[in-house]
Design a protein around this ligand. Structure first.
Ligand code: KIV
Ligand code: ZN
Length: 388
């Protein structure tokens, strides 16, 4: 097993781009690939070259331009797919072919009408074909989350023996609970004799909202690569969010690290959201518009005394705008005084007591009290004071 570095395998341009409405053209893909490289991801899954001439062109163009990150192309366990991926990746300074096949009994029967033994042979063959194009071959055992662990261990051992250097254990349907996914990785670590010859990878989907938790359980159990996307984009409910796993590994002392420059997380999140026309939900961890906003009186008062009372991350660390004190009918006097002060109004405690009653009237009538409202409340108060 590798050391304590967790490799970040970004699949925004492949699993993320599969989302309806998120399709990118080649120049948009190149622009994002260069940003992902600057962010410090280790592997960029640039696309699925056999899927369309446009995707072949995108993978090929990214292979020419990206220099530090490994550029990866997806394929099925099909010779033609692998050859096309190899061709698209030819110019890459570092290239990886990601090939694989479904290994759960459901996939084996419903998708391939095959047997476990046949799937095992097809997996081995796919890795051997891919090794003709690069030494860096990743195998995915699709639906590993619902694959019997004993059979999965046989597949993992066989593909490593055939030359796979990374083995992806996807929870394709987002079915596993974190302890189950962690136990699956631990089972492979303990039962695959040649597991030290490859990196185990977590590829978790978010159908039950557990993608991030499952990926973290996976690396705690011994996996050393996480496959993820910016803003958690991906099929159905999405993939593991890159920004979440990176910040969890930075916040918690698990002895694990990544090479990602966290200061780029928010700018890149906005860029992906704009280019893919996919808004980010306001309460999204790390990159949502409300991730560093405080609106209840109790929280605002604590935050203004010491930011750490209600913030575990300084927004500057993740390239977000400074924390916001949002004024609503739930806000208290200290938040009101703080916001007035920011607008240049200095008031005594007694002034604030009076102003607060006016503020509450406006706040009850509106969802949020804005700067213009504050200026109006303040000016009316000053006028009254002069008249009196
Ligand atoms: O979710 C999945 O299983 C995948 C594979 C193609 C890696 O995206
Ligand atoms: Zn996936």
């Amino acid at each position: 097993m590798a050391d304590n570095k967790v490799y970040i395998f970004d699949t925004t341009l492949r699993d993320g781009e599969q989302v309806p409405g998120c399709k990118l053209n080649t120049s948009e893909k190149i622009e994002l690939a260069l940003q992902l490289e600057a962010l410090g991801v280790d592997i960029i899954e640039a696309g699925f070259p056999i899927s369309s001439p446009g995707d072949f062109e995108s993978v090929n163009a990214i292979a020419k331009i990206v220099k530090n990150a490994t550029v990866c192309g997806l394929s099925r366990a099909v010779q033609k797919d692998i050859e096309v991926a190899g061709e698209a990746l030819k110019p890459a300074a570092r290239k990886r072919i990601h090939t694989g096949i479904g290994t759960s009994d459901l996939h084996i029967k419903a998708k391939f009408n095959a047997t476990r033994e046949e799937i095992l042979q097809r997996a081995i063959q796919a890795v051997k074909w891919a090794r003709n194009f690069t030494d860096d071959v990743e195998f995915y055992a699709e639906d590993a989350g619902r694959t019997d662990n004993e059979f999965l261990a046989r597949v993992v051992e066989a593909v490593i023996a055939a030359g796979a250097t990374t083995v992806n254990i996807p929870d394709t349907t987002g079915y596993c609970l974190p302890h189950q996914y962690g136990e699956k990785i631990a089972y492979l670590v303990n039962n695959v004799p040649n597991v030290d010859k490859a990196v185990l990878s977590c590829h978790c989907h978010n159908d039950l909202g557990l993608a991030t938790a499952n990926s973290i359980a996976g690396v705690i159990a011994g996996a050393r690569q996480i496959e993820c996307t910016i803003n958690g984009l991906g099929e159905r409910a999405g993939n593991t969010a890159l920004e979440e796993v990176v910040m969890i590994l930075q916040q918690h002392k698990l002895g694990l690290y990544t090479n990602v420059n966290a200061k780029m997380l928010n700018p890149l999140s906005r860029m992906v959201s704009d280019v893919m026309r996919m808004p980010v939900q306001p309460n999204k961890a790390i990159v949502g518009g409300n991730a560093f906003s405080h609106s209840s009186g109790i929280h605002q008062d604590g935050f203004l005394k010491d930011a750490q009372t209600y913030e575990i991350i300084n927004p500057v660390e993740v390239g977000a705008e400074e924390s916001k004190i949002v004024l609503t009918a739930r806000s208290g006097r200290s938040a009101l005084a703080h916001r007035l002060q920011k607008l240049g109004f200095q008031y005594t405690r007694n002034d604030i007591d009076v102003l607060y009653q006016e503020f509450l009237k406006v706040a009850d009538a509106k969802k949020e009290v804005l700067e213009d409202d504050l200026v109006a409340i303040s000016k009316a108060y000053q006028k009254e004071a002069v008249v009196a």
